[in-house]
Write a protein that binds this ligand. Structure first.
Ligand code: UDX
Length: 431
């Protein structure tokens, strides 16, 4: 099939490349001229394992191109995906102005039937607005359908998530749209859930909110564990083996970040409020997540007594491993809170330092984990990068002023580290 992707950010780029990989002809559009120029040169603006090789391969095989023109994509493609940014407004609502602008631009260029699919995470009823906008702005006679096809891509494993999905959700209002999307996704051999457009939109917000709720829940349980002297890791194991609960997303830590969970939860909360539905649970999840970062800072202060003038080595800045994404990363709030107390920060992250530099002021960025530990009063783990697992802790200990470790992701075995002479503080591990 011929596919147009409007918006070549994280989701659009991965979606476009994967469709090309499946044998479709894809044109990815973005209004950022610099980004398009970069992509045409084979440079990828984000770090996502496997993505640049896949782009290179599909460009070589002439199935993937980049453009700044929506008109070109509308002329070329049978199916057009809208995957532009829907950033949060001050009040938490999703800002849909880019979606509206794209819909209008598609309408102006519509000459024959096109299926327009919303891929961006949008509040329920956005599909209706897209339909209305296109209908009001398009040339007479051109046929079109609108559909919803939410993405469930995790950063760091987005290609795998696209090519081996648990399910594909398509929200449609015509058999024609259903047939096209089923044909497009047929090679993936995954269960396809066909719904109306509004239900598909809600599946996305409800899924992300539910996952975030699990994390907030286990973090709150972790605080009880700390207070009572229990171990949240053991509690999570016992909980997760119940198939009605499941083991995933029960990892206690310094809280969730990233561009999806915080934004989607706020947007879902605001949307429910607008629809007259009280959904205080979502607000509580957001509050627990904010508190969790301060809880960790407090833990550090309780253990080190005075923070003023002390040096902390930070391992990991990205909101999770295998990405360079700093958006809504818990590290930002935690580091800023520590700096307000007069702490010097020396930090290392395997991928995110370039993106962290403009965000985190007065941080000394170092070249490896050992430099982060050198001369530090304590070491603080904020992202569970695999490379930290194999650190030589004897070397780390020798270079530190005091061997104290705050493991914000519960990635290390407390017993082992204590045996080596470290003072260990995890989350919900009774200390
Ligand atoms: C999420 C959804 O998983 C994905 O389906 C959606 O389409 C986009 O949003 P992503 O934001 O890439 O993906 O990351 P995810 O792996 O879900 O983690 C989100 C945050 O939760 C991270 O900060 C992570 O560290 C944190 N997390 C996750 C926990 O603290 N504990 C857990 O058990 C799981």
């Amino acid at each position: 099939m011929k596919i147009g992707i409007i918006g070549s950010g994280y989701v659009g780029l991965v979606t476009g490349v994967c469709f090309a990989h499946l044998g479709n002809d894809v044109i990815c559009v973005d209004n950022d001229l610099q980004k398009v120029a970069m992509l045409r040169k084979g440079k990828v603006p984000i770090y996502e394992p496997g993505l640049s090789e896949m782009i290179r391969q599909n460009r070589l095989e002439k199935r993937l191109s980049f453009s700044t023109s929506i008109a070109e994509a509308v002329d070329f493609a049978d199916v057009i995906f809208i995957s532009v940014n829907t950033p949060p407004k001050e009040n938490g609502e999703a800002d849909l102005s880019s979606v509206e602008n794209v819909a209008r631009e598609i309408a102006r260029n519509l000459k024959e039937y096109r299926l327009i699919v919303e891929k961006s995470t949008v509040p329920v009823q956005t599909g209706e607005w897209i339909y209305k906008t296109i209908r009001e702005n398009h040339k007479k006679g051109a046929q079109f359908d609108v559909a919803s096809n939410p993405e469930f891509l995790r950063e760091g494993s987005a290609i795998h998530d696209f090519l081996q999905p648990d399910r594909i959700v398509i929200g449609v209002s015509s058999t024609k749209a259903e047939t096209i999307l089923k044909k497009l996704y047929a090679p993936l051999k995954a269960p396809i859930v066909v719904t109306d457009i509004k239900s598909a939109e809600l599946i996305k917000h409800a899924s992300n909110s539910f996952l975030a709720t699990k994390i907030a829940f286990i973090n709150a349980v972790g605080r009880v564990c700390d207070a009572a002297g229990a171990d949240v890791e053991q509690v999570a194991k016992g909980l997760g083996l119940d198939p009605r609960i499941g083991p995933s997303f029960l990892k206690a830590g310094v809280g969730f970040g990233g561009f999806c969970f915080p934004k989607d939860l706020s947007a879902f909360y605001r949307m429910s409020e607008k629809l007259g539905v009280k959904f205080g649970l979502l607000k509580e999840v957001l509050d627990i997540n904010e508190d969790q970062k301060q809880y960790f800072v407090q833990k550090i202060e309780n253990a080190l007594w005075n923070l003023k003038g002390k040096t902390l080595g930070v391992l990991g800045l990205a909101f999770k491993p295998d990405t360079d994404d700093m958006r809504f990363a818990p590290s930002i709030t935690i580091i800023e809170s520590l700096q307000r107390e007069g702490v010097h920060i020396q930090a290392y992250d395997p991928q995110a330092m370039a993106k962290a530099r403009p965000v985190l002021k007065k941080v000394k960025f170092v070249r490896d984990p050992y430099q982060a530990a050198a001369g530090a009063d304590a070491l603080v783990v904020l992202t569970e990068w695999c490379e930290f697992k194999n650190l030589d802790f004897e070397r780390v200990k020798k270079s530190m002023r005091h061997p104290v470790l705050f493991d914000g992701r519960n990635m290390f075995d407390p017993k082992e580290l204590k045996k080596m002479g470290f003072q260990y503080h995890g989350i919900g591990r009774g200390a």
